[in-house]
Design a protein around this ligand. Structure first.
Ligand SMILES: [Zn+2]
Ligand SMILES: [Zn+2]
Length: 340
């Protein structure tokens, strides 16, 4: 059995799945007993979907899963959704903003979007990204139910509230149990890695600012236990949030420094430090994620007046000032702002 099962709290199971994928080696789904049945939060990889269905039958003693909630629609969270629906007839629910990401992926794949080329995605990366999109699209649920921030799930051991945490994706959600102060954090807040904060061309959506505000939002809930989608559970949310702010401050500095003269997103990404190695040595999907992350940082620098953007075919950025103390100031302002 390739699904590790741990009852982390009464009526709440962690289902750990491993993968041979070069991008993500494991993921945690969570299974929650509710007053009406069982709710599954995320569904793991495509390759672990059959094992997941077997584990669900075991833990629920063949009662199955009445609802699947997706924290977001990345492939390591949606991989088993179709098999679970097929096995149990479950409803699939996600935040309404996640539909925008599904639509964007569909448009990019159908060639209705010039965005990929505009940000400098070409050659091998272009082909890889398109096939990655095609695979992702197959894993998206068919006509899911959508919900908004604040929706409540009546668990057997207290109510769980949907907390909208945009940033990693536009419709990312966490689930929070106010009674025992437990947060199921998806990819929003992780114990070891810092979440990717990708730029998506969705009108009115500012991913970088949204992401940091979403961090403050979960910090203000004061959870005492965080159950992430990757890695072990942890408690010290405050110091983790501090660390993530510092990480992005450093990344903004590097981005600004790389904008001496007009540069595209690939040029900015090349100037950033990546935990997996130098930009030019990353694989095509990591390249794509790095470019989107570079863009979200560049857009924030434009937003606060430290850089400018122009688009003539390609989207290019240039620093207006190298006053890096302004970065610290802007982040401090954000850190002090009302998270709601
Ligand atoms: Zn993700
Ligand atoms: Zn993930």
């Amino acid at each position: 059995m390739n699904v590790e099962r741990v009852e982390v709290l009464p009526d709440l199971w962690r289902l750990g799945m491993k993968s041979s994928s070069e991008y993500v080696d494991h993921v945690n789904a969570y299974l929650l007993k509710t007053v009406e049945g069982w709710t599954l939060i995320d569904t793991g990889f495509p390759a672990t979907s059959e094992d997941l269905v077997r584990a669900l039958n075991d833990v629920t003693e063949n009662h199955g899963v009445s609802e699947v909630i997706l924290t977001h629609v990345h492939y390591d969270h949606t991989g088993g959704v179709k098999q679970v629906v097929q096995a149990f007839g479950s409803t699939v629910s996600l935040h309404s903003n996640e539909m925008k990401l599904i639509e964007l992926t569909r448009r990019a794949l159908n060639g209705h979007s010039t965005y990929l080329r505009a940000v400098g995605i070409e050659g091998e990366i272009y082909d890889t990204v398109r096939s990655f999109f095609a695979r992702s699209l197959q894993l998206f649920p068919d006509s899911p139910r959508t919900f908004e921030d604040g929706e409540v799930i009546e668990g057997r051991t207290g109510r769980w509230k949907v907390v909208h945490t945009p940033g990693h994706t536009p419709g990312h959600i966490c689930l929070y149990n106010e009674f025992n102060r437990v947060l199921i954090s998806g990819d929003h807040l992780l114990p070891r890695e810092t979440s990717n904060v990708p730029f998506y061309p969705i009108p009115g959506y500012a991913p970088f600012r949204s992401y940091l505000k979403s961090l403050l939002k979960v910090e203000s809930l004061k959870p005492t236990l965080v159950l992430p989608a990757h890695g072990e559970h942890f408690s010290d949310v405050r110091s983790r949030v501090d660390y993530v702010f510092k990480h992005h401050e450093f990344r903004l500095r590097e981005a600004l420094e790389s904008m001496n003269g007009w540069v595209d997103a690939v040029g900015i990404a090349r100037g950033l430090t990546w935990s997996r190695g130098k930009f030019d040595e990353l694989g095509p999907v990591d390249h794509w994620l790095a470019i989107l992350e570079a863009l979200s940082h560049a857009e924030f620098l434009v937003e606060v007046g430290l850089a400018e953007r122009h688009r003539a075919g390609k989207i290019m950025y240039r620093a207006l000032s190298q006053d890096v103390s302004r970065i610290e100031e802007e982040l401090r302002k954000l850190r002090r702002s009302d998270p709601s």
